[in-house]
Design a protein around this ligand. Structure first.
Ligand code: ADP
Ligand code: MG
Length: 363
C-alpha cells in the first residue's frame, strides 16, 4: 500500500455527493427547501417508484435567469449567504451551503426548467453525472421545476443500496409531510406513481394542514400545546389567534413549546408521526420525541406512539442545528432541560383536556 494516488476530480465529487444525497428522500428534502427558500406559494412533489425512478419538484417561486441557473449547479454557489459573518448572524433560509444542486447533478440526470418572476424567457439546463450537457431557452411558467432522473446511475454501489420503492417512498412521505406541516401558508402536494398522497391548501391553520396530511380523525383529536412565549414571527396559522404567552414552562433552554399532539387513543405503531421543529427548522430531536411520549404516561398502549407537531423556540446560541447537513439531528446544550420542558408542556395540554388519569409528581 505504498502507492498513494490523487483521486480524479469526478471521483472526489461523487464521494462528496454521497454526503448530501443518501437516497431519494434526501433529494426531495433539498429541492423542497430550495422551493420554500424561493418564496413559493405552491410546491408540487411527484415521485416514481419511491423516487428511485424519478423525482420532480415544481414551485412558483422567484425562479432563476439563465446566468443564475448556470451558477446554481456549480459547487459552493449560493444566493443565500455571502460570507461567514452572515452565517454567524443566524441564517433565515433553510439552505446556505450551496452544495445540494451540485451534488445531485453529480449522481443523476438533473433537469432544471426555470423562469424568473416577471421575466419573459425561461431556461432549461441539463446536468448528467456532473457535466452540463445542455442549456437553452425554454417555454415554461414562472418558477422552477427540478427533475432528478436515474439517481445513482453512475454510482452502482449506491444504487444497489437503495431499498424497495415502498420503503423509499415512506422516507419521501415523511420529509414532504414535515415541510407541509411547518408551512401551512404554502400549498404542498405529494404524488406517487401518478396518485396523489396528500395536498394542503396553503391557506390553512396548523390544524387544517394536519387534516390534509393525516386525515380527519387525527386532526379532530389534536390537542393544542401552548407553553411559554410565542415568538413574534410565526409561520404557522393556528397560533396567530393564540395569546402571546401560553401556559407556564419550567425554567430551561426553551422559550416556548407550541403545536399539536394527538389524543392518547389516536396512535400508530411507529414514531414517524412525531415531528419537531427548532426555530422553524425541521429536525430530528429524539430528546423531544421521548419527552412527548413520556408525557402520555400509561395512557398509551404498549408500542403505540402519538402524533405530534411541536415547534420548539430556542434562543440562538443554545442549539447547534449545524451538526450534519443530512442527518438533521439537533444538539441541545442542556438536553435534560429540554426534556423536562417538552414533557411538561405536553402533559399540561393533556391535563387541560382531562386526558391524563393521574400524574406522577414532577421533579
Ligand atoms: P443553497 O440552497 O444552500 O443555496 P443549492 O445548491 O440548494 O444551495 O442551490 C443553489 C442556489 O440555486 C440557491 O442559493 C438559489 O439561488 C438557487 N435555487 C435553487 N433552487 C431554486 C428554486 N427552486 N428557485 C429559485 N432559485 C433556486
Ligand atoms: Mg438548497
Amino acid at each position: 500500500m505504498t502507492d498513494i494516488q490523487q483521486l480524479d476530480e469526478r471521483t472526489v465529487e461523487r464521494i462528496a455527493a454521497g454526503e448530501v444525497v443518501e437516497r431519494p428522500a434526501s433529494v426531495v428534502k433539498e429541492l423542497v427547501e430550495n422551493a420554500i427558500d424561493a418564496d413559493a406559494d405552491r410546491v408540487e412533489v411527484t415521485v416514481e417508484a419511491g423516487g428511485t425512478e424519478g423525482v420532480r419538484v415544481s414551485d412558483d417561486g422567484v425562479g432563476m435567469d439563465r446566468e443564475s441557473v448556470q451558477r446554481a449547479v456549480e459547487q459552493h454557489t449560493t444566493s443565500k449567504i455571502s460570507d461567514i459573518a452572515d452565517l454567524e448572524g443566524g441564517v433565515g433560509t433553510l439552505g446556505f451551503r450551496g452544495e445540494a444542486l451540485h451534488a445531485i447533478g453529480a449522481v443523476s440526470r438533473l433537469t432544471i426548467t426555470t423562469r424568473p418572476r416577471g421575466g419573459d424567457v425561461g431556461t432549461e439546463l441539463v446536468v448528467e453525472g456532473g457535466e452540463v450537457t445542455d442549456v437553452g431557452p425554454a417555454g415554461c411558467p414562472e418558477g422552477t421545476t427540478v427533475a432528478v432522473d436515474d439517481l445513482f446511475y453512475n454510482v452502482p454501489a449506491r444504487r444497489k443500496y437503495l431499498k424497495q420503492a415502498s420503503t423509499e417512498f415512506a422516507h419521501v412521505n415523511t420529509v414532504v409531510t414535515s415541510y407541509a406541516l411547518a408551512n401551512p401558508d404554502v400549498a404542498v402536494s405529494l404524488s406517487h406513481d401518478g396518485r396523489e398522497t396528500f395536498a394542503t391548501t396553503g391557506q390553512g391553520t396548523l390544524r387544517e394542514t394536519v387534516l390534509s396530511v393525516y386525515g380527519r380523525e387525527v386532526a379532530e383529536s389534536m390537542i393544542a400545546v401552548h407553553a411559554g412565549a410565542s415568538p413574534a414571527d410565526r409561520r404557522s396559522g393556528e397560533r396567530s389567534d393564540a395569546r402571546s404567552d401560553g401556559e407556564d414552562l419550567p425554567d430551561g433552554p426553551l422559550d416556548g413549546v407550541h403545536g399539536l399532539v394527538s389524543h392518547p387513543e389516536i396512535t400508530r405503531a411507529g414514531r414517524e408521526y412525531l415531528s419537531t421543529y427548532v426555530n422553524g427548522r425541521y429536525v430530528r430531536a429524539k430528546t423531544a420525541h421521548d419527552a412527548a411520549i413520556d408525557a402520555y404516561g400509561t395512557q398509551l398502549a404498549p408500542d403505540r406512539y402519538p402524533f405530534a407537531v411541536l415547534f420548539l423556540d430556542v434562543p440562538a446560541g443554545d442549539v447547534d442545528v449545524n451538526v450534519h447537513p443530512r442527518k438533521m439531528e439537533v444538539r441541545f446544550a442542556d438536553d435534560e432541560g429540554v426534556r423536562e420542558q417538552v414533557r411538561t408542556a405536553v402533559e399540561d395540554a393533556l391535563l387541560r383536556e382531562g386526558l391524563l388519569r393521574s400524574t406522577a409528581p414532577r421533579g
